[in-house]
Design a protein around this ligand. Structure first.
Ligand SMILES: [Zn+2]
Length: 211
C-alpha cells in the first residue's frame, strides 16, 4: 500500500501538486497548488494512483466504478481495470455528465450498467465534497448500490457525512491537504519575500498590479 507521502511524490513528479508561493484564482495566497489535470497526461502515474484507489476497495465486492466527467471518467476506467485484475471478474467503468443545473446525471445507457450494482464513486480532488455528493445521488437515482467513494486529494477535511455516504460504505482519501491560504496582506510567504509563481493561478496578474 502506498503512503500519503508516496502518492504526493507521484503527483509532484507529474506537476499535479506543487509547493512554492501561489496566488489562487480566488486571490488568496498559498504555499501549495493542485493542478489535478496535469496527472492525466501521464498514463503510468495515473495508473499507479488508480491502482492504489482500487487496492483500498478490492474486498468491497465493487461491480462498477463511476466518476464525474471529465477528469474522473479517466480515473473510473483505470480503477475499474485494476479492480478487474485484482478480483478476476469484470468491473464496469462509467461516468456521470453535468445535468446543466449544477448537478450530475447518469445517461448514455450507463444508468442501466450500474442499476442494481455495487458501485464505487471516484474523484480526483475535493474541497467541499459537492461534486462527489451529486454523483452519489445520481448513482442512487439510477438504482446503484453505492458501496463507497474514493478521492485522490481531500483539500477541505471533507467527511463521509458531507458526501452522503453512510455505514457500512466507506470514504477514502489517498492524500489529505490542509487548506492553508491567506489574504495577500497577511501572506506569510510575501512577508518572507518568497518569489510568486507565475505559471499557474493568478501570480502574473498579482505581480503586474504590484508594479
Ligand atoms: Zn503571498
Amino acid at each position: 500500500m502506498l503512503s500519503e507521502d508516496q502518492v504526493l511524490e507521484i503527483l509532484q513528479k507529474v506537476g499535479a501538486f506543487r509547493t512554492g508561493h501561489f496566488v489562487l484564482i480566488s486571490g488568496l495566497h498559498s504555499g501549495s497548488y493542485v493542478l489535478k489535470d496535469a496527472m492525466y497526461a501521464h498514463t503510468k502515474e495515473t495508473s499507479q494512483v488508480c491502482r492504489e484507489m482500487a487496492e483500498r476497495f478490492k474486498n468491497d465486492k465493487v461491480e462498477a466504478v463511476i466518476g464525474p466527467a471529465i477528469g474522473a471518467a479517466i480515473l473510473a476506467q483505470w480503477v475499474a481495470h485494476h479492480l478487474s485484475e485484482m478480483t478476476g471478474r469484470e468491473v464496469n467503468a462509467v461516468y456521470a455528465d453535468k445535468d446543466g443545473n449544477g448537478g450530475f446525471i447518469v445517461k448514455r445507457g450507463y444508468d442501466k450498467v450500474i442499476e442494481g450494482k455495487n458501485t464505487l464513486v471516484v474523484e480526483d480532488l475535493t474541497t467541499t465534497g459537492g461534486s462527489i455528493k451529486k454523483v452519489v445521488e445520481a448513482s442512487r437515482k439510477a438504482g446503484a448500490n453505492v458501496v463507497g467513494a474514493v478521492v485522490i486529494c481531500n483539500r477541505g477535511n471533507v467527511t463521509k457525512e458531507d458526501i452522503g455516504i453512510t455505514d457500512p460504505a466507506k470514504f477514502v482519501s489517498l492524500v489529505h491537504l490542509s487548506l492553508e491560504q491567506w489574504p495577500e496582506n497577511e501572506c506569510e510567504l510575501c512577508g518572507k519575500n518568497i518569489p510568486v509563481n507565475t505559471d499557474v493561478g493568478h501570480g502574473r496578474e498579482f505581480l503586474a498590479r504590484k508594479k
